[in-house]
Design a protein around this ligand. Structure first.
Ligand code: ADP
Ligand code: MG
Length: 564
């Protein structure tokens, strides 16, 4: 193929413009992104080679080499991973396949800091090379293709790129950055090495650089021809806890989640028994922009004996814990396991159950901590993720009770943070049910006339104002043996709380008002099932209630909004 010039997809052009014009803080993350792509490419080779050993060619040792050429002002990141064909290079380095690009740009444009960390979050890490380079050359050959089927991709990061066929003996990819004026720091061993150990220490492949020695004659450090590893090259989760610092745990989290903030909590365990696996799971501090997409891929990577198998293996986590990030490394699953097989595997079920328990355990220890700061962390978590966690009530019956204890609500007692246990501890003598009201907003709930009698009697009522609450209530009927009861349904039965005298008076009044009630019933007959005298109101003259067992007024409104 002779040289061909292609235009970037419009989104890529916009990204490149932003990258080159506004990302300066943390510019060194380009190295993390390129090393992570190299490592991904090696993972992919290892995986494809399970079915096709010929892909190994004669280079069985996967590795990443980082080198620079001072005279040419280039920094090169090479890997002997899967490589790219010409079509793949055009597709992966010229278009953006993933959704979320628009959110990414909005975030970048709005963010005063213009933090380059953001870039990895949206699957556009490759382009971060243009922060420090005014030209990038990629020389690559897909594993399995002939040496003369190599590809050279070149771009100056403006509107277009060029592709031509080359001969490349070794499989894999060289990314050659032609550094901009002023970026000479990346032509120094110490600078590159320290950046790699900061961001990429846990990468499970060796990352090699040329060794430097002191040349006494020249009185300076000189680069030799000998390669040495600059990272620890053991998968972080396979090391023992005592060897891992909090910073390393956090850096690993940022790498796999592309989050810029440290995680809220993490758990790292080796599980033995019927099913053997290692889990390293993180709870993010903030909700990602696509949390509400239930089809969104999960955040847990599956490895089998340290071999990467797949990203976002949904079967490893219930949908309502889709915000959890991390790694699960199984000792039992076959290396060629497919997504379909995962769904049916008993080992996977055991892993999912075990991991769910761990995550709930992390949340419980925050929520119930003696330490106020930890409890505040839980409150912050609940703000961002509470609605998602509520989905678990219907999805995960086995853990219903544990989940219900983690829930926090508003009530007539406090605007937030009320747990069902708090509520039960404040129940009045003789009170048998947990009372709640559902509404569109806290203000609407608080001003509902249906609360009057409860206020008068000093009985707490939960104010449920999240969209998922109605749905949650269709799965959660009771807490610790106390039924959950709507204050807006049927004739409320206050049980022992009702005083006998009031009841009798109401009956008498009802009797005497019968002619009026009949008239009202007649004139409202198409719109109301019944008209009753009530003791539930204190100040308001009338209120609407729904029959026990009917959809609540609030749910009816939600369904109507949804066009049903
Ligand atoms: P992401 O890594 O999130 O997919 P990037 O912008 O970092 O996004 O990379 C885009 C794509 O380019 C990768 O998904 C991969 O298909 C391809 N790619 C990048 N670097 C390499 C490499 N060193 N070897 C093989 N493919 C690569
Ligand atoms: Mg990447």
């Amino acid at each position: 193929m002779t040289k061909q010039t292609h235009a970037f997809q419009a989104e890529v052009k916009q990204i490149l413009h932003l990258v080159t014009h506004s990302l300066y803080s943390n510019k060194e993350i380009f190295l993390r992104e390129l090393v992570s792509n190299a490592s991904d490419a090696c993972d992919k080779l290892r995986f494809e080679a399970l079915d096709n050993a010929a892909l190994w060619e004669d280079a069985p040792n996967l590795e990443v080499r980082v080198s620079f050429d001072e005279a040419a002002r280039t920094l090169t990141i090479s890997d002997n991973g899967i490589g790219m064909s010409a079509e793949e290079a055009a597709a992966h380095l010229g278009t953006i396949a993933k959704s979320g690009t628009r959110e990414f740009m909005a975030k970048l444009e709005g963010d005063q800091k213009k933090d380059a960390q953001l870039i990895g979050q949206f699957g556009v890490g490759f382009y971060s090379g243009f922060i420090v380079a005014d030209k990038i050359t990629v020389e690559t050959r897909r594993a399995g293709l002939a040496a003369d089927q190599g590809v050279r991709w070149t771009s100056e990061g403006t509107g277009e790129y060029e592709i031509e066929t080359i001969t490349k003996a070794g499989r894999g990819t060289d990314v050659i950055l032609h550094l901009r004026e002023g970026e000479e720091e990346f032509l120094k061993t110490w600078r590159v090495k320290s950046t790699i150990s900061k961001y990429s220490d846990h990468i499970s492949l060796p990352i090699l650089m040329k060794k430097e020695t002191w040349d006494a004659e020249a009185a300076k450090q000189v680069v030799t021809d000998e390669w040495e590893p600059v990272n620890k090259a053991s998968a972080l989760w396979s090391r023992s806890k005592s060897e891992i610092t909090q910073e390393q745990y956090e850096e690993f989290y940022k790498q796999i989640s592309h989050d810029t903030e440290a995680p809220l909590a993490y758990t790292h365990n080796r599980v033995e028994g019927r099913s053997e696996y290692t889990q390293l799971l993180y709870i993010p501090a903030k909700a990602p922009f696509d949390l509400w997409n239930r089809d969104k891929r999960g955040g847990v990577k599956l490895y089998v004996k340290r071999v990467f198998i797949m990203d976002d293996a949904e079967a490893l986590m219930p949908v309502y814990l889709r915000f959890v990030k991390g790694v699960i490394d199984s000792a039992d699953l076959p290396l060629n396991v497919s997504r379909e097989l995962l769904q049916e595997s008993r080992d996977v079920r055991a892993i999912r159950e075990g991991s769910t328990k761990r995550v709930l355990g992390m949340l419980e220890s925050l929520a119930n901590s003696e330490d106020e700061a930890e409890r505040a962390k839980y409150a912050a978590f609940w703000k961002d993720f509470g609605q998602v966690l509520k989905e678990g009530i219907g999805e995960d019956h086995a853990n219903q009770e544990r989940l219900a204890k983690l829930f926090r609500f508003a009530s007539t007692h406090a605007d937030e943070g009320v747990s069902l246990a708090d509520y039960v501890s404040r129940m009045k003598e003789g009170q048998e049910a947990v009372y709640y009201i559902t509404a569109d907003s806290l203000a609407a709930a608080k001003h509902s006339p249906q609360l009057e009698i409860f206020r008068k009697k000093g009985i707490e009522v939960l104010l449920l104002v999240d969209r998922v609450d109605e749905w949650m209530l269709s799965h959660l009927y009771e807490f610790e043996g106390k039924p959950l009861q709507s204050v807006a349904k049927g004739a409320i039965d206050l049980g022992k709380l009702q005083d006998e005298e009031e009841k009798k008076k109401a009956e008498e009044v009802a009797e005497s008002l019968k002619p009026l009630l009949d008239k009202l019933k007649e004139s409202l007959k198409d719109r109301a099932k019944d008209v009753r005298v009530t003791t539930r109101l204190v100040d308001s003259p009338a209120c609407i209630v729904v029959e026990e067992g009917d959809v609540s007024g609030h749910l009816a409104r939600l369904l109507k909004q949804a066009g049903q």
